[in-house]
Design a protein around this ligand. Sequence first.
Ligand code: PEP
Length: 249
Amino acid sequence: MRKKLVAGNWKMHGSLQQNAALLERIKAAMSGLTCDVAVCPPYPYLGQVQSILAGSVVTWGAQSVSEHAAGAFTGEVAASMLVEFGCRYVLVGHSERRALFGETDEVVAAKFAAAQKIGLIPVLCVGETLAEREAGMTAAVVTRQLSAVLNRSGVAAMASAVVAYEPVWAIGTGVTASPVQAQEVHAVIRARVGALDVVVANGLRILYGGSVKPQNASELFGQADIDGGLIGGAALVADDFLAICQAAN
Ligand code: PEP
């Protein structure tokens, strides 16, 4: 049985004051929850998150990481730095990174490897655009994105990673993939990994992301291959985020 994970991607939102209020609410609501919970704030707030969440069951991560270990890469953040701030997870290949910052499958695979090398759990985001879905390419796109990582790091790497299926057309749009649509793609992802190693595939947590709300979370999380959620907008509202965590319970 895979333990569900609900992770909040705050994107480029927050302030010291807002974060403190949100984190205190989340921290105080953890008793009785059986799922894992994580938050991914912008880099400058990792120290604040680390100090507020110290000793709590809530874990945290970053939204991206450099593929390089150190060096002359102005503006970049190394995996070792994230570890110093207590990060457990790091998102790699979020569709906004792919679309807005030109991250290719190969760059994403390099970031995945750099994160894992230092002990972080990469959350590999994959997903198709609306045009790709309409062209019947969903499975091919998601498989290509996943394969770039499998080819570089091997299937064993998936034993200490998380995958997030995030259809681009559902992110921040208010349009959610139906539970059936999401389950279909999650099954494709698990089968791709399962073709290489059934045990690793069965243990792999595959999150769904894209306009998850308290109203649709239970049905999504009830699907056989959906092991929790990567939450954007709703992760900034304590009541909504906590209701989604409850739905994963
Ligand atoms: C995301 O940014 O990863 C995301 C899923 O956003 P939203 O929940 O707002 O669609």
